[in-house]
Design a protein around this ligand. Sequence first.
Ligand code: FPP
Length: 236
Amino acid sequence: MSAPGPAHVAIIMDGNGRWAQKRGRPRLYGHHAGARRLREILEACPDLGVKYLTVFAFSTENWKRTQAEVSGLMALFRRYITREAQAMVEAGVRVRFIGDRVRLDAKLVALMDELELMTAHNHLLNLTIALNYGGRDEVARATKRLAREVAAGKIDPEGVDAETLAGFLDTCVLPDPDLVIRTSGEARISNFLLWQAAYSEYEFVDTLWPDFTRAEFQRVVGGYGARDRRFGAVPA
Ligand code: FPP
């Protein structure tokens, strides 16, 4: 009998820029196509038994891109949240954001807070959007918060273990991802969910994100059942 499908899928949506360049269009054109693709993949999740979808929208390193691309992406996020909010509420999607909000524009943060609040009672699907997110940055911020608790005498340092630290991560209420997918042919993790993906299965596909169809998603999610996850143990 094959194993159940992945409850939590995380995706590095890579290849928007190349997709646009292949068409002789600016990179932002690819990001807009990527946003449309995200909606399709999101809609496919409930039927596939995926309860958690986490997507990498903007990394702590993406600020190194041109000012035009960064501000275009920020405008796209504002627009996406504004336009999709009602649809998310009606579709039963609970939206959360992970990442450091300090560097983000106040207007965008207000929209993020509002969408989290508006969808807080939904439970068909949990969508987590990583925005200004970096795995190392997340662990550093979590460590800082934990250190404050230790300094305040609220936590005994001798009792600190992996579970304690996990409780301070942005993802503290989420299960670890079962499957991490990266599109566009690059086989690296790029600072995404470093802690949480310790035992995840990985799937690297050549397709550029704007071309990643529901059918291909279905195939990748379907293939997960054949994997033998041991979490470091010896098979029985
Ligand atoms: C990586 O492709 C993609 C990004 C840095 C942006 C991801 C954003 C979206 C898919 C937009 C939709 C998301 C939301 C939440 C509305 P790349 O630009 O690095 O591609 P390249 O490697 O071909 O240059």
